[in-house]
Structures are given as C-alpha cells and as structure tokens.
Design a protein around this ligand. Structure first.
Ligand SMILES: Nc1ncnc2c1ncn2[C@@H]1O[C@H](COP(=O)(O)OP(=O)(O)OP(=O)(O)O)[C@@H](O)[C@H]1O
Ligand SMILES: [Mg+2]
Length: 423
C-alpha cells in the first residue's frame, strides 16, 4: 500500500507508531535548536550531494560518510536475504534480534538506474521484514522503519509499517539537498530534515531495544498505537481493538477491560460540539473522549482520535433499500437536524450510511467530521462529487455549507407514502 495507484492508499503510518509524527513534528518545530555542528555537517553533505559523479559507486562512496555524520547513525550496506538495499540501520531488540530502523536506496541522479528509490526502498522493506529470521519481531510489533530515498541531490523520507499489509507513506516531498549559496533557509531546512530523522531514529532505536518477542503473534500489532484514553474523571481507560469497521477509513471497534464496546475513530476534522449536542438528546452515541481540542493532537501527524459508544444496530442504508426512512425514524432525524440548525450548525454529510438504527427504529447520527457553521465553514476539498451521491446542487468541493443543503438531503430520505392505500 504505497498509494500507487491511488486505490492502494493505506491508512497513515502515523497511527501505528509515534516515531513518524515525532519526525514530522520535529521538522516543523522552530523551537528545535540547530547547533553550529548541525549546520556544518549539513553543509558538508550538501556539497558532496551537489557534486557530479561518473558512477553510482563513486557517489555512494562520496556521500555515505557525510550522510552518516549528518544523521548521527551508521548506514551499513548489508545483505538482507538476497535483497541488497544500498544501506540500512540495524538495531537490536531486547532479546537480540536484528530490527531494521532504516532502509536506504539511492541513485546517482534522477532517472538513472531504471527505478525510483522511493519505490525500491519499500520493496526492500517488505522483503527484509517477511524473512523468517524476523518473524518474532513481526509477531510482536508493526515493524516500523524509515525509508531514505536519495536520487542525486534530492532526498525523500518515507515511513513504513507492517500491519495486515505493508503500509508506506511519504513523510516528505523530494527535498533539494544540492544547496544554494543565496538561500540560507534551504540549508536550515535540510539541517532540520537530518535533525528530525535523528530524533525519529532515536525513538525507533529505543522502541526496538525494549521489544521482546511475544510468545504468540499479537493481533494488536495490526492496530493503531492509541490503546487508552482519559475518562471524564481523568482515569485512564485501557482498551483493545477487535476489528476495523470501515474498509477505507480508520474506524475501529474496540472494548475496554469490562467488555464495553467502543468505536475508536481517527479524523482530520470533527465537530465535537455538534456530536455532544445530539448525544445529549440521545440522537448520537455517547462520546467518551477526544483529543481534538488538545495540543497533543499533533502526535499522529495531525490526526485526532474520537472515542464513543459502539451502537448495536444497522446503518439506515442497509435497512431501507428504497432509501426512504419510516415516519418514526424520519421524525427523529429531522429533530436532530433542527437541533443543529437552531445553533447554526450544518450536518453536511446527511446520508443513510451515517444514520445508525438501533432498537425499536431509534436513529442515531454518526460521522460529525464535516459539521460546520452555516454560511461560514466549508466542505472538505475531497468531497465525493462523482454524482454517485445526489447532493444539493450548490454543494461543491471546498464550497461553503448551508442549512438548505441538509434540508435537501432530508427531503431525499423522506417517507414515501405514494404506495399507501388511500381510503
Ligand atoms: N458509534 C458507532 N456505532 C456503530 N457503528 C458506527 C459508529 N460510528 C460509526 N459506525 C459505522 O461505521 C461507519 C463509518 O463510520 P463513519 O461514518 O463515522 O466514518 P467515515 O469517515 O464516514 O467512513 P466511511 O467513509 O467509510 O463512511 C458508519 O457508516 C457506521 O456504519
Ligand atoms: Mg460516514
């Protein structure tokens, strides 16, 4: 799952190991101090990186020492079961197995060597991590590694984990590492890149050094690393994942120690106020926790978590094949929309898959990701406008949200009395 083609996009690696967001966070954090030595090592790397070489071998020889000095780790060119990445950083686990913190692939220049090192790196990752000798590590964790792809004076850093499948994600674009004497900011950003990699690598090294083989494969390794939350009395509640609910999104069913089932959802945006408002009218699941209001949210590459009760029931979409709601359900859904509208909140994604029917035709709204202020907030730019969904004609990618759009969606699901026997 490396996003090529697009349907091969997996979940963000940030969910599975904190080292990746630590990397990203460090990269963006202006408070991280760069020393004179950081600048000096980066400058050395930049000068050898900008150089022209007659062959890949000559470049490799010239840049490796400077690269190692800049990231304060040693990339070794070792042979991993027939795959030979151009380098890797091996780090021991608590029980002395060899984990791999970095795969390094490089090309003399862009377009040389007939392959993109950012594609080759993930292939080396997969080959090395499926090897028998790494099965004990594989059974105990999601095998997080950084991938360092270098093509001449360009560098891209990726993150990879092994959950149900290999997930690979670009953590940076291809960054220019060839320097420019009139752009000190460029030097600074490459120095920050190396610093961030160093800090991410330290995290991985520490993680693996505490990791001991699980006696049996641990299925939790396939799930996000968020495994607890603080309840309303600030008590820590641990939970374990049971399954993933949505094929495309990070929505999971989990249970706490007393067997209470929860939904754990990871989101880019979410309207907690709207969710709480409807939950107080029994029109949405009870919300246990969210970190969306916290600064801590940055721990997962900008994704927040929302934890709520799991609703036993079915989607209205599955229950009502004619796409029309029965009267009692419709009345409650309309009530939910009216409550939101009274506070100038537009629900936005008012479709049957987002209405759960529980018990005696009791609806609950889920999916408050889009909810926003009437005439102010906007739909996400990735809204599905393929016409498979009949939105109000004014609904558009990144378009402003209006209450009328919800009213339109309500009409579409209104009870159909046309077949009623009159008389
Ligand atoms: N609290 C809940 N209890 C039971 N099922 C839920 C709950 N929340 C969500 N679901 C189910 O999971 C599905 C996906 O959740 P949600 O709609 O919140 O995510 P999404 O980001 O819209 O994902 P998708 O695009 O796959 O719908 C819902 O359509 C619903 O069937
Ligand atoms: Mg949904």
């Amino acid at each position: 799952m490396n996003g090529r083609p697009m349907e091969n996009h997996g979940l963000p690696v940030y969910l599975f190991h904190p080292a990746f967001s630590r990397f990203q966070h460090t990269l963006a954090d202006r408070n991280v101090v760069l020393t004179a030595a950081d600048y000096a090592e980066t400058h050395k790397y930049i000068s050898v990186s900008a150089e022209l070489y007659d062959s890949e071998q000559l470049r490799q020889k010239a840049i490796l020492n400077s690269l190692n000095a800049a990231i304060h780790f040693d990339l070794l060119g070792i042979n991993l079961d027939g795959t030979t990445p151009d380098g890797s950083i091996v780090t021991p686990t608590a029980d002395n197995h060899n984990a791999i913190a970095v795969f390094y692939e490089f090309k003399d220049e862009i377009g040389m060597g007939n392959s993109d090192p950012a594609i080759q790196g993930p292939l080396s990752y997969r080959k090395a991590w499926v090897a028998d000798e790494r099965s004990s590590i594989r059974h105990s964790c999601c095998c997080p590694s950084f991938i360092l792809a270098v093509a001449g004076p360009w560098m891209c850093i990726l993150g990879a984990v092994f959950t149900e499948t290999v997930l690979v994600q670009q953590l940076t674009d291809y960054v220019w590492t060839g320097g420019n004497p009139y752009d000190d900011k460029g030097l600074e950003s490459v120095a920050r890149l190396f610093k961030a990699l160093f800090i991410g690598l330290q995290d991985l090294k520490m993680f693996y050094s505490n990791l001991a083989a699980a006696p049996a494969p641990d299925i939790q390794r396939m799930f996000p690393f968020t495994r607890s939350y603080l309840d309303s009395r600030s008590q820590k509640v641990n939970f374990r994942y049971i399954r993933r609910l949505s094929e495309s999104k990070a929505v999971y069913v989990a249970e706490n120690a007393s067997g209470h089932e929860l939904i754990v959802k990871f989101v880019q945006r979410y309207n907690l106020h709207a969710h709480r408002l409807l939950a107080s009218h029994n029109l949405a699941p009870h919300l246990h926790y969210s970190n969306l209001d916290d600064a801590e949210m940055n721990i997962m590459g900008g994704l927040g978590v929302v934890i709520m009760d799991f609703i036993r029931g079915s989607q209205a979409y599955e229950l009502y094949p004619n796409m029309r709601l029965p009267d009692a359900v419709y009345d409650r859904v309309k009530q939910a929309v009216d409550i939101l509208h009274a506070q100038s909140i537009v629900f936005g994604d008012l479709r049957l898959p987002n209405i759960m029917i529980t018990g005696q035709q009791t609806p609950m709204l889920v999916d408050f990701d889009w909810c926003g202020t009437h005439a102010t907030d906007r739909y996400p730019p990735r809204l599905n406008d393929s016409r498979s969904i009949t939105w109000h004609p004014d609904v558009a990618r990144n378009g402003v949200m209006f209450k009328e759009h919800d009213v339109f969606m309500l009409k579409v699901m209104q009870p159909d009395h046309s077949m009623d026997l009159s008389g």
